[in-house]
Design a protein around this ligand. Structure first.
Ligand code: SF4
Length: 322
C-alpha cells in the first residue's frame, strides 16, 4: 500500500463581521474520508463539481493542511514530518492539472518549465537539461520542443508538457486532477493512453480525479464516488459499473452513454438541487435528492457498509438488502 487516508477532513470557516472575526458557517469541503491506494494502482475519485475531489487530492499531497484525519504515504505519517522531510516526501508526489497551460509562465521555454521542479530541488543545470531531453520523447514530444514557448502548442500538447513536468522528479504518486476535461474527445484518448503507458513503464500510482465516469472507465482499477465531502461508494471498476449499489452512483452512471452499441441504459431519477457543503443535510446527505429516501435517511447518517470484496456503499437501503 502506498497511500492510506483515515478520516480525512477539511473544513473552512466562513467569517463575517467588520474584522472578519465571526464564524458564520463552516464549509465542509471534505468531511471524513478514508481509503487506501495500492502501489501501481489507479484509484478514480468521481463526483459532481464541488464534492471535495480536488481538495482530497491536495490533502493527500499536503498542499492543504487537514482539519482532521491522517495521511500515510509509504508508511510515513505525513503530519509527523519536519519541514525538510516533508519537502523531500512531497517530491515523490506530483500533480497534473486540468489545464496545465494556464499555470505555465508564458515567458519560460518548455525546457525551462519542465526543468523548474528540478532546479528548485537543487539539481545541477546539466542534469536538468539531460532530464528534459529524456522526458520530451517520453510524453510524445520532440527534443527540439524544449526551446519553444507554451503558447505555440495545442491543448493536448500542453497537457503532455504538464505531465513531463510532473514526472521530472521521478515521483511515485501522481494526482491527476481532471487531466483531460478541457480536451477534445480524440485528444482525451491520447492523453489517457499516455498516462496509462507511463504508469506501466514507471510503476506510478495515480489518484485520477474526474467528474466523468465515461473517462474513468478507461483508466481506473477502483472507483470511489464522492458526494458532498464523503465517499458514498467504492468498488473495483468492474463491480461499480456492473452492480452499482448507491442511488447516487446509479444516477451518475445513468447519465453515461451506454458502453456497447445498441445497449440501452435505464435513467435513474435525481431530484432536487445539489446541496451546499456549507449547509450539509442531516442524516444521509443525499436524502433531499434521493428518489428512495426513507424516514431513517433524514436523521441517520449511513456508514460505508461492507458488501464483500472491496465493495462498500453508504446507504441504509443497501444495508437492509444485504
Ligand atoms: Fe437514499 Fe436513504 Fe440510501 Fe441516502 S441512505 S442514498 S437517502 S436510500
Amino acid at each position: 500500500m502506498l497511500i492510506r487516508a483515515d478520516n480525512l477532513a477539511k473544513h473552512y470557516p466562513v467569517t463575517t463581521g467588520f474584522f472578519g472575526n465571526k464564524v458564520a458557517a463552516t464549509v465542509r469541503a471534505v468531511d471524513g474520508v478514508s481509503f487506501t491506494i495500492e502501489r501501481g494502482e489507479t484509484l478514480a475519485l468521481v463526483g459532481e463539481s464541488g464534492c471535495g475531489k480536488s481538495t482530497t487530492g491536495r490533502l493527500l499531497t499536503r498542499l492543504v493542511e487537514p482539519t482532521a484525519g491522517t495521511v500515510r504515504f509509504d508508511n510515513i505519517e505525513m503530519s509527523e514530518l519536519g519541514r525538510e522531510e516533508l519537502r523531500a516526501t512531497r517530491r515523490r508526489m506530483q500533480l497534473v492539472f486540468q489545464d496545465a497551460g494556464s499555470s505555465f509562465n508564458p515567458r519560460m521555454t518548455v525546457g525551462a518549465l519542465i526543468a523548474e521542479p528540478m532546479h528548485l530541488a537543487g539539481a545541477p543545470a546539466a542534469a536538468c537539461k539531460a532530464r528534459v531531453q529524456e522526458l520530451l520523447p517520453l510524453v510524445g514530444l520532440s527534443a527540439e520542443h524544449a526551446e519553444r514557448y507554451p503558447h505555440e502548442f495545442s491543448g493536448g500538447q500542453r497537457q503532455r508538457i504538464g505531465i513531463a513536468r510532473a514526472l521530472a522528479l521521478r515521483p511515485d504518486f501522481v494526482v491527476c486532477d481532471e487531466p483531460v476535461s478541457a480536451l477534445d474527445v480524440s485528444v482525451q484518448a491520447q492523453v489517457i493512453n499516455l498516462l496509462t503507458r507511463l504508469q506501466r513503464e514507471f510503476g506510478l500510482t495515480y489518484l485520477f480525479i474526474s467528474h466523468d465516469l465515461r473517462v474513468v472507465r478507461h483508466v481506473a482499477d477502483r472507483v470511489a464516488v464522492m458526494y458532498l465531502g464523503r465517499i458514498v461508494e467504492i468498488a473495483d471498476k468492474a463491480t461499480l459499473y456492473k452492480s452499482p449499489q448507491h442511488p447516487y452512483t446509479k444516477a451518475l452512471l445513468s447519465a453515461v452513454p451506454a458502453h456497447r452499441p445498441g445497449a440501452v441504459r435505464t435513467r435513474t431519477e435525481v431530484v432536487g438541487e445539489v446541496a451546499s457543503a456549507r449547509n450539509v443535510p442531516s442524516g444521509c446527505r443525499y436524502h433531499p435528492r434521493c428518489p428512495y429516501a426513507m424516514e431513517i435517511c433524514k436523521t441517520q447518517d449511513p456508514e460505508l457498509y461492507d458488501l464483500g470484496g472491496s465493495h462498500r456503499s453508504a446507504c441504509h437501503l443497501v444495508n437492509a438488502t444485504h
